[in-house]
Write a protein that binds this ligand. Structure first.
Ligand SMILES: Cc1cc2nc3c(=O)[nH]c(=O)nc-3n(C[C@H](O)[C@H](O)[C@H](O)COP(=O)(O)OP(=O)(O)OC[C@H]3O[C@@H](n4cnc5c(N)ncnc54)[C@H](O)[C@@H]3O)c2cc1C
Length: 389
């Protein structure tokens, strides 16, 4: 595939090649992918989604989804870091336009290729991002907050972190805001490490985060609206896009394995060939579900009022559930096809990293939690049975 020189996709492929080159070391050492981060910054991809009026490329969700997928072919941790950054950027784009501080911050993200992190998960709350224990404490035109953030990916390497908290110490746990803290606005004290099965390069350590900043750094809309209108859908769609990249990478290895077998025994169809066809049908299913989700999100943003509707929320939940499960099915089939060569860490057909990285998907906001959310919505609403309209 060739792309226009210096097009978004051309730049993404260059960064993806660097990420792939260092992926094994990143995984083995459980370290942040510094080389890939530099390559992404040099390719000016961190500001890709920011509107042109603030210096970015104004890239569409579909384009960013493709970048995530391409990065994941070589290094899932890099792709996850990039996806999480873009999910944060999407909140600024959707909810920060019109707020002078946030507009200037978006310009800085583009100019300085800043990397944005996320602190939603909290000790005592877990993955329930629509509730917080910590609160913003306002004093005049400044605020402070302290959060027991049990997971912040690339916390040490972020240039800014977007943090959820209750609006005030006397606010209900679900009455939340989201604040932007630049590196100079917070301190991080490490509480737990990240020695995990997969996604090791995300370095998702736990910290006590202490922040102090001007009140203008609080996003103007309530977090309930930010979550419903941009963050949740963007998370499900961009995560799923990179998971597709992991699954596709496993599928290619299995296909290459079968083709190599076929060359060794001309005239005979290798036993794994049928599994490759089966795997490919699952891959297509996964791709269709994600692309349908991307189209629905873009349509809903254009129309404006569908974003909070039950069918839309359930559809986005289904993308996450479906993609996280199908990815594992695809990799399992690929593992069966490649056999011992897939199981080895040091073979060209090794599927070990793909498999380990993929196991993060069902727990990155636990699928049971998401199914629990959809199940309550479906108690009161009909299942959407339309095919085309
Ligand atoms: C690679 C990776 C990177 C991450 N990066 C970040 C980050 O940068 N910032 C951040 O804030 N967080 C991050 N997270 C955390 C993530 O967003 C979730 O918060 C976390 O995975 C949930 O952790 P948990 O399983 O402890 O908690 P929970 O979601 O609370 O789940 C705990 C258990 O309770 C069950 N459960 C909970 N609620 C329900 C329910 N309603 N219905 C049924 N069962 C339920 C689940 O089955 C699960 O077994 C990351 C996670 C991963 C895997």
């Amino acid at each position: 595939m060739t792309f226009q020189p210096n097009s978004l996709m051309d730049r993404a492929l260059q960064a993806a090649a660097v990420a792939a080159k260092h992926a094994e070391a990143v995984d083995r050492e459980g370290r942040f992918p510094h080389e890939a981060r530099r390559a992404i910054a040099e390719a000016r991809l961190f500001g890709a989604m920011i509107p042109k009026q603030f210096g970015g490329d104004g890239a569409s969700l579909a384009e960013i989804a493709e970048v995530c997928c391409q990065l994941a072919h070589g290094c899932a941790s890099t792709a996850m870091i990039y996806a999480m950054h873009q999910i944060k950027v999407s909140s600024l784009v959707a909810h920060g336009v019109g707020a002078p501080w946030h507009e200037e911050f978006m310009r800085r993200v583009v100019r300085e290729q800043l990397l944005l992190g996320s602190a939603t998960t909290e000790g005592g709350i877990g993955g329930d991002l629509r509730n917080s224990i910590c609160a913003v404490v306002t004093d005049g035109d400044r605020f402070t907050l302290e959060k027991n953030a049990t997971v912040i990916s690339y916390g040490d390497d972020s240039d800014a972190i977007l943090v959820t908290a209750r609006r005030a110490p006397d606010a209900a746990s679900s009455d939340q805001v989201m604040v932007v803290l630049r590196k100079q606005d917070y301190t991080l004290q490490k509480t737990v490490g990240w020695n995990t099965l997969g996604m090791r390069g995300t370095c998702s350590d736990g910290y006590v985060l202490k922040g102090a900043a001007g009140v203008e750094q609080v996003l103007p809309q309530p977090f309930a609206e930010i979550a419903a209108q941009s963050m949740l859908a963007m998370a499900h769609l961009l995560w799923s896009s990179l998971w597709y990249g992991i699954a596709a990478s496993a599928a290619i290895k299995a296909q290459n394995f079968v083709r190599a077998e076929a060359r060794k025994t001309p005239g005979k169809v290798p036993p794994g060939a049928m599994r490759v066809a089966e795997m490919n049908s699952k891959l297509q299913l996964m791709r269709s579900v994600i692309l349908d989700g991307v189209r629905r999100y873009e349509d809903a943003r254009e129309g404006g009022d569908d974003l909070g509707s039950v069918p839309f929320v359930v559809a986005m939940n289904n993308v996450k559930i479906g993609a996280s499960q199908t990815m594992l099915e695809v990799i399992n089939i690929a593992m069966n096809v490649c056999g011992i060569w897939g199981y080895k860490n040091d073979s060209p057909y090794s599927l070990c990293r793909e498999l380990r990285d993929a196991y993060s998907a069902p727990i990155q906001i636990n699928n049971d939690r998401i199914l629990g959310n959809s199940s309550s919505l479906l108690l009161m609403n009909r299942i959407d049975t339309r095919l085309v309209i």
